[in-house]
Design a protein around this ligand. Sequence first.
Ligand code: T5A
Length: 216
Amino acid sequence: MTAPKTAPSGGILITFEGIDGCGKSTQSRLAAEFFVSRGCVVHSSREPGGSSIGPAVRSLLLDSSRPPCPLAEALLFSADRAQHVHERIRPALARGEVVILDRHTDSTLAYQGYGSGQDLAVLRQLNMIATGGLVPQATFLLDLDPSVAAERMEKRQPDRFEREAGEFHQRVRDGFLHLAAMEPERIRVIDARGDQKAVARLIQKQLEVLLEKLHA
Ligand code: T5A
């Protein structure tokens, strides 16, 4: 049996971002399947919630009945991320694994910053502290009109952020696109309007290139 491939020089970190309901959970799962099918060891996770204390922090953050104040919200997302990076992400990267995250630092800038109006410079500092300067090699931003995303989530019970008004989600979308314009090498904008397979094809073309680089 061939040994599973691990990434040389400390693994690779890939993140999926976008507004609620854009399809990033679906696509991060398909990306993990893609890498596993190519014989890679994959660590898949999400934020908030990906560490041992993550589920408790996640339920605090998404509970509509007791919303934290804006600063506490930003600090809770950062605390969740710090634990996640320390406990799961850095160890997996050190083992040379492909780490795939459903949301990471860009969500804090897009939601707490562009969406809720918190100071972007402070949020960038919090991201830096929480990650110790770790930056994903590639980020896929699934771009979708908020009204289309809302239709896709119609049957679900909305969490605290999903209950926000359409204008909030539009600001978050615009924020993500602004971040992508500032870092076009890292953040790749994916048109998320197609069906799941069509969107997956757009992403997998780029994953093939990343995989080649990984094993070059
Ligand atoms: N948050 C998070 C912050 O405010 N700051 C932060 O720093 C972080 C990390 C929870 C919330 O936390 C906020 C943002 C969020 O509001 P979450 O759990 O990632 O984060 O919440 P959601 O974004 O809502 O994640 P979901 O898994 O609920 O939605 P996804 O990942 O966007 O979409 P997905 O893949 O689950 O798909 C949604 C539905 O659409 C269908 C799926 O089958 C599913 O039913 N679908 C499609 N339908 C048609 N065409 C396609 N191409 C489709 N792809 C998927």
